[in-house]
Design a binder for this molecule. Structure first.
Ligand SMILES: C[S@@+](CC[C@H](N)C(=O)[O-])C[C@H]1O[C@@H](n2cnc3c(N)ncnc32)[C@H](O)[C@@H]1O
Length: 322
């Protein structure tokens, strides 16, 4: 960098010399005596008009020497600053790029399958189908940015939900890393691998088995179809389990969660390895969850009339706790 500055300085000095008042044709300085050089008024009076002009130019040149020096210095500083900025930009740009690369590298997809069973379409009004649609969009987005994304399946897709997707979000046809099927989940996954997640199951999920496919009921029903997924699982003779909510948190509302909350809890558990952390990260404030050991809520309210499917647009739905 110093070498660069020196050469710039040399160039500038050459420029200065080139721009200096002209010498006569044989290269010698004209015999003009400037006032600063000690020329007297009488001497000046004997000068021709042309010589006087030249003398004035020379005087001006001498007077502005310091100014020019200062300007050159400023220019040099500007160039140095510019170079520094460019270098810093390169460094930071590089950092961001490698951070992005690092982030991509750190993503380890899981073999665990998470299925949203869309087979309840005819049980919902369009307004609830729209809510389910938003919850599914959220599942997709969360899975795309997860550290351990799951193998995401939508099964039995059709009817009103498909209509909503076609109308409201045509881009779904380009979704990546998702298996979208019109078939029932039992036609897509081997029966012995299936575990239906349902709050009505007497079985409590303790660990996740990465060889299994966990099914979430794609339903927004305000508890009008209580126990429907549990019944379906029993009918089909597949495993079922509820999330271990009671073991880790006490809540001031029912333990029936919205589709995207269940989905996000599974993703958070895979990342953090702790159910408690997963619940606290995902559950909205209004569920009033407190840790079991430190909880002060005396009794869990079995509020059968409360809406278990919060509006995915509400802030509590989109803001996770940290
Ligand atoms: C809004 S709930 C639907 C409730 C519905 N009445 C039922 O019988 O499943 C959406 C889905 O999230 C899953 N889910 C909700 N809370 C759960 C819990 N505490 N444990 C396990 N799965 C749960 C179930 O798969 C459920 O079908």
């Amino acid at each position: 960098m110093m070498a660069d500055d020196d050469s710039v300085k040399e160039e500038e000095e050459e420029e200065e010399a080139a721009a200096a008042p002209q010498r006569d044709s044989n290269g010698a300085d004209e015999k003009i005596v400037s006032s600063s050089g000690g020329g007297t008024a009488a001497e000046n009076q004997t000068l021709s008009k042309r010589q006087k002009k030249k003398l004035l130019r020379q005087q001006k040149w001498e007077e502005e020497r310091d100014l020019r020096k200062q300007l050159r210095k400023e220019k040099r500083q500007q160039r140095r600053q510019q170079r520094q900025n460019q270098e810093e930009e390169k460094e930071h740009g590089g950092d961001a790029q490698s951070a992005r690369k690092r982030l991509r590298r750190d993503v380890t997809p899981s073999s665990l399958r998470l299925v949203v069973d869309c087979g309840f379409d005819s049980l919902m009004l369009m307004k609830d189908v729209r809510k389910l649609h938003k919850q599914i969009q959220r599942c997709y987005a969360e899975n795309r940015r997860a550290v351990h994304p799951v193998q995401f399946y939508l099964t039995s897709l059709g009817g009103q939900l498909k209509q909503s997707m076609d109308e409201k979000d045509k881009g779904w046809v380009n979704w990546k890393d998702i298996h979208i099927k019109t078939e029932h989940y039992s036609e897509v996954v081997a029966k012995e691998d299936l575990v239906y997640l349902t709050s009505d199951s007497p079985n409590v999920l303790e660990e996740l088995d990465h060889n299994k496919a966990y099914v979430i009921g794609g339903l927004v029903d305000h508890n009008h179809h209580k126990g429907i997924t549990f019944e379906k699982a029993k009918e089909l003779g597949i495993h079922h389990a509820q999330l271990p909510l009671s073991s880790f948190v006490k809540m001031n509302s029912r333990k029936v969660l919205a589709v995207n909350h269940v989905f996000e809890i599974i993703l958070a558990y895979m990342e953090k390895g702790s159910w408690q952390e997963a619940f606290f990260t995902v559950l909205p404030q209004r569920k009033g969850a407190v840790a079991v050991e430190t909880g002060t809520i005396a009794q869990e309210k079995q509020d059968n009339n409360s809406d278990s499917d919060p509006d995915p647009d509400s802030p509590e739905q989109t803001e996770k706790r940290t």
